[in-house]
Write a protein that binds this ligand. Structure first.
Ligand SMILES: C[S@@+](CC[C@H](N)C(=O)[O-])C[C@H]1O[C@@H](n2cnc3c(N)ncnc32)[C@H](O)[C@@H]1O
Length: 275
């Protein structure tokens, strides 16, 4: 399916009433984006959850298409998506709309620090065909049917994900790296974070993100990821895809060699990392 085919799919859950007419969650405001879909502005991070050029289109391009989930679901390895930053759930809802018609199993594990945002999402979706069964189990929201398994870990991802992986021994072969920007949310872009994501990734993993900053590309490279150019979206000229096989794009490597910007490291943000 091409990007245009994906855009043509109607997505009432994103463009319809649940994302337009309700009260915004605490400490967030609604923002309309250029494709008519809505995103949220976070007061805590002072940033919008998506590009103002289009929340839905950005999600389709960078994550659904960027991680090639429609192709991956057809292989013998079960599709296992990790999303860094659940936000208002557009990543999950868009993936659901694209994959739900397929008769193959898939899992979606997401990470979110804001409990009120998650509870708002649960209440917003009490009539959704799948999400109506979303339930709190300790510090996570979960629901599943015969095909789909959704888990959202509530709390600081730097703690919740390692704990969960230790307990469940899970791995992933698609990563939607969708934290706030490296400036606002640096601990989810460090070399140590990407090394952890790599250590539990399948060999065929694809990590995709909207960011193309030299610092995050260096964090990825120094933790062993192979770098590729991603699609352009809105005013940004490019984005980043990363794999564990193949060779890095020579233009990216040359640019990074010349750039004085260092990789992001945990040591630079001691006060942001929970004990
Ligand atoms: C850009 S938004 C994600 C948008 C989302 N993917 C969507 O499609 O709606 C980033 C999210 O990451 C969350 N976040 C920031 N720091 C976090 C942390 N340390 N652990 C878990 N979630 C975090 C924020 O609360 C925010 O909701």
């Amino acid at each position: 399916m091409t990007y245009d085919d994906l855009l043509a799919i109607s997505m009432p859950t994103i463009q319809g009433k649940s994302f337009m007419k309700t009260l915004s969650p605490p400490n967030h405001q609604w923002l309309e984006t250029a494709d008519g879909s809505f995103t949220l502005f976070s007061e805590a991070f002072q940033e919008g959850c998506h590009s103002s050029s289009g929340a839905r289109e950005e999600t389709l391009l960078h994550y659904v298409q960027g991680c090639q989930v429609e192709k991956k679901i057809l292989t013998d390895t079960p599709l296992s998506i990790l999303e860094v930053g659940f936000g208002l759930g557009i990543g999950f809802l868009t993936t659901f709309d694209v994959l739900n018609k397929m008769d193959k199993p898939w899992s979606f594990l997401s990470l979110e620090i804001d409990q009120e945002l998650l509870e708002w999402f649960r209440l917003e979706n009490l009539h959704h065909p799948f999400l109506k069964d979303l339930k709190w189990i300790s510090n996570r929201l979960e629901c599943h049917n015969e095909k789909i398994h959704l888990t959202i870990l509530c709390g600081d991802a730097r703690k919740t994900l390692p704990d969960f992986v230790l307990e469940k021994k899970c791995t992933w072969n698609a990563v939607y790296q969708d934290a706030f920007s490296p400036k606002k949310n640096p601990i989810l872009w460090t070399q140590e974070w990407f090394a952890f994501l790599k250590s539990h990734a399948e060999n065929d993993v694809c990590l995709s993100t909207y960011s193309a900053s030299s610092s995050i590309r260096k964090s990825l490279l120094e933790s062993g990821w192979v770098l590729h150019k991603g699609e352009k979206f809105g005013p940004k000229r490019t984005s980043t895809r990363a794999t564990l096989t193949g060779v890095s794009d020579p233009d990216i490597l040359l640019h990074l060699e010349r750039s004085p910007t260092p990789a992001l490291r945990d040591d630079n943000f001691p006060s942001l990392l929970s004990k």
